[in-house]
Design a protein around this ligand. Structure first.
Ligand code: ARG
Length: 461
């Protein structure tokens, strides 16, 4: 049987392989709600402009409502022969209401239809990310306030550098995820233009009202160029690109969680709810959720690369290549959504092992910079000289196998006679973090202030 949508030009039906490579219904059925909303807005506008009769428009709208219900109840029979969600819905409409269904596609093409459906879907997804990121920010800032005075080692090169507070470390991620959220908001603003009415590529000769459909579907305005409207996919590429950056941040935190809950670090404990056991080793508690969050970033970047490569060689306007945008975007964006939810759960539940953190913070001569700063401040040495003197004191401590605050005054004075007992006031990790009061620094007072400021702002939204 030749195709019921375009059979006029065809004598034969498609080869089975043609049908298989061509069909997108297995994944674009996800767009059913957006597709039906788009069609309803379109037909209402057609009736308003006397392009179809009020009577036909009512029948079409009622039919579309019935189809929505069928799909939501799981009673709709999707057909691969009908290729995609657009033709599945339209064919069913014609079964339900007869020839009037054929008027729905006036002044429209699947090209502007799919661009519209997909934009609505991506826009809704960006809104979901906004909420999910807000939840994650709230979880992080809540825990940061709680741990604002908890000392841990800060690292560079994964080597102990200077003591910081755990709250400060968590607040670093608040800054990152807040930027991610603002990127999602930017993208939403930029993409919120409606392609519907661009038709196949050139616009239409029917007197349509694109402002009306744009408004009905929650868009700020109609797109300004019909060629661009049907062939642009940068709205989804931007969303997946933003998702990639957020996934990179999630992956870094996930990596830290994996490290922190190893027995060698033992900085945190994950809740049972976000851990798994081993089928052979009874003692094991594995951070699988964190590992999977780390892994999801690969799939998300894969989606971004796939989309960019798929688009880069396409001449204007629509090419069927663009049908391949959906699966990749669906996978990438739903992966981010799941990763955000898992990370939020882990952060809400995790418990810090404050003793282990503090012990580690004091090892590795982490307060050496404090000692050098003391030499500058109290003795009046130039920083470079203080750096050298401190280096020699650290070498003495290393030789004796002791921490910096355990080294005797005599040993320090052997390196530089001007050192006095007062130096011990800066060598403890608590004193070290408390002294870092510069704006943005790690002192508990700063961290508490920042966490509270964020929590207040988040609660207001
Ligand atoms: N299923 C198609 C897609 O996702 C709809 C557009 C088809 N248009 C066309 N001219 N073949 O891109």
């Amino acid at each position: 049987m030749s195709n019921r949508m375009w059979g006029g030009r065809f004598a034969e039906g498609p080869d089975a392989i043609m049908e298989e490579i061509n069909a997108s219904i297995d994944y674009d059925r996800k767009l059913y709600r957006q597709d039906i909303a788009g069609s309803k807005a379109h037909v209402r506008m057609l009736a308003e402009g006397n392009i179809v009769s009020k009577d036909d428009a009512d029948k079409i709208a009622e039919g579309l409502d019935a189809i929505l219900l069928e799909i939501e109840k799981g009673e709709f029979a999707f057909s691969r022969a009908l290729e995609d969600i657009h033709m599945n819905v339209e064919a069913r409409l014609s079964d339900l209401i007869g020839p009037a269904a054929g008027r729905l596609h006036t002044a429209r093409s699947r090209n502007d239809q799919v661009a519209t459906d997909f934009r609505i879907w991506v826009r809704d997804t960006l809104d979901t990310f906004d909420e999910q990121l807000t939840d994650l920010l709230t979880a992080l800032a809540t825990r940061a306030e709680e741990y604002s005075g908890t000392v841990m080692p800060g690292f560079t090169h994964l080597q102990t550098a200077q003591p910081v507070t755990f709250g400060h470390h968590l607040m670093a991620y608040v800054e990152m995820f807040a930027r991610d959220r603002s990127r999602m908001r930017d993208a939403r603003k930029r993409m919120n233009e409606c392609p519907l009415g661009s038709a196949a590529l050139a616009g239409t000769s029917f007197p349509i009202d694109r402002e009306m459909t744009a408004k009905a579907l929650g868009f700020d305005r109609p797109t300004a160029n019909s060629l661009d409207a049907v062939s642009d996919r940068d709205f989804v590429i931007e969303a997946v690109s933003n998702a990639s950056i957020a996934a990179m941040h999630l992956s870094r935190l996930a990596e830290e969680i994996v490290i922190w809950c190893s027995a060698q670090f033992a900085f945190i404990r994950l809740s049972d709810k976000f851990s798994t056991g081993s089928s052979i080793m009874p003692q094991k508690k594995n951070p699988d959720a964190a590992e999977l969050v780390r892994a999801k970033s690969g799939r998300i970047y894969g989606g971004l690369t796939g989309l960019l490569v798929m688009m880069k060689g396409l001449p204007l306007a629509y090419s069927k290549d663009m049908q391949e945008d959906k699966e990749q975007a669906f996978d990438a964006l739903s992966s981010l959504s799941l990763a955000l939810a898992a990370m939020t759960g882990m952060v809400r539940d995790l418990e810090a092992n404050e003793k282990a953190m503090k012990k580690a913070a004091g090892s590795g001569y982490s307060t050496a910079t404090d000692l050098a700063d003391w030499l500058v401040r109290v003795v009046g040495m130039p920083f470079r000289e203080a750096h050298h003197v401190t280096g020699r004191i650290v070498a003495t401590a290393a030789e004796k196998g002791i921490d910096l605050h355990r080294i005797s005054l005599a040993d320090m004075q052997a390196v530089d006679g001007r050192i006095t007992n007062d130096v011990y006031s800066v060598l403890s990790v608590d004193k070290s973090v408390r002294s870092r009061t510069s704006y943005g620094g790690t002192s508990p007072v700063n961290v508490r202030k920042q966490a509270r400021r964020w929590l207040k702002a988040l609660a207001r939204e």
